[in-house]
Design a protein around this ligand. Structure first.
Ligand SMILES: [Zn+2]
Ligand SMILES: [Zn+2]
Length: 290
């Protein structure tokens, strides 16, 4: 299914790209600082020896950020909406959407932010301005994975830079700086460089916790074959066992989709009909509200 334009979604992806590039530049500066301090402490090369360029950690960060950005781009463009999809007939479990004025299949839900019905709708991602649904769930999960790893990487490196910068100071000062960077800076306890490292550390750790929480929750949902709404309702009629559940949302090559977004992994379903673990006739009756 083709995407239906970037529109307002170009802004968050562009901001993400700029922040990612800023993180790369900042981490490069941190890596060079740590090498220089390491040499000064006698932990690395001898004085006067050229500093080795940190290819490996920088390459790892670029891989994680590049992966996250490409997954974000594909998440936004692989629209899971019903626009352009032939929705012929109204079988069992279909409902009528008064906003779109059409019958929609099971697990489909109307998004008032996107102003369209979304196939196997999970939720609307406010940060990227796109719904998470049948077509882009894979990119959503991979974005969370690589984004959280990149943030953890940046946070650990910056925390190391804070410790290195305050090497002469008391450990309590380091802890206070990491917990309350603004207060320590405004009280004149630390210079602007140490404050900047502590601020980036905190931002990375908060982002990491946020992304990891989402990743764990949605990984659990994928393993159980549920959307967020079905999880709240305790509806497990689409639970086919964890392996088949992952195949349904991540595609045939579900173990590989985490590595690169370019690896093709066709989805077995069309987003309109879904296999259930019991025959449809035995499914519990349920009233759905759009
Ligand atoms: Zn609708
Ligand atoms: Zn939406």
């Amino acid at each position: 299914m083709a995407g239906y334009g970037w529109g307002r979604r170009a802004l968050p992806v562009g901001v993400g790209a700029v922040l990612g590039a800023a993180l790369v530049v900042e981490v490069l500066a941190v890596l060079l600082l740590l090498r220089r301090r390491g040499r000064g402490r006698g932990g690395g090369a001898a004085d006067g020896e050229p500093l080795p360029f940190p290819f490996l950690p920088l390459g790892a960060l670029l891989f994680l950020l590049g992966n996250a950005l490409e997954n974000a781009r594909r998440f936004v463009t692989a629209s899971p909406s019903t626009r352009g999809v032939m929705l012929a007939g109204a079988g069992q479990g279909w409902e009528y959407c008064y906003s779109c004025q059409t019958h929609v299949p099971p697990r489909c839900g109307h998004c008032f932010a996107c102003n369209v019905c979304v196939l196997r709708r999970d939720h609307h991602c406010t940060l990227l301005g796109q719904c998470v649904g049948h077509q882009n769930y894979r990119y959503f999960l991979a974005l969370l994975l690589h984004g959280s790893l990149a943030l953890l990487f940046g946070g650990v490196l910056n925390a190391e830079a804070v410790v290195t910068t305050l090497q002469e100071g008391h450990p309590t000062q380091t802890i206070l700086l990491l917990v309350l960077p603004w207060l320590m800076f405004l009280m004149g306890q630390v210079n602007v460089v140490a404050f900047a490292y502590a601020f980036v550390t905190d931002a990375c750790i908060v982002g990491f916790l946020f992304a990891t929480g989402f990743l764990l929750f949605h990984s659990l949902l994928a393993l159980r074959g549920q959307t967020t709404k079905e999880w709240f309702e305790g509806d497990r009629r689409y639970d086919l066992g964890w392996r088949d559940n992952l195949r349904q949302v991540l595609g045939e090559k579900w173990p590989l989709v985490w590595i690169l977004p370019f690896i093709a992994s066709p989805l077995p379903g069309d987003g309109i009909t879904f296999p259930t673990r019991c025959p449809p006739a035995e499914s519990p009756p349920k009233t759905r509200h759009l």
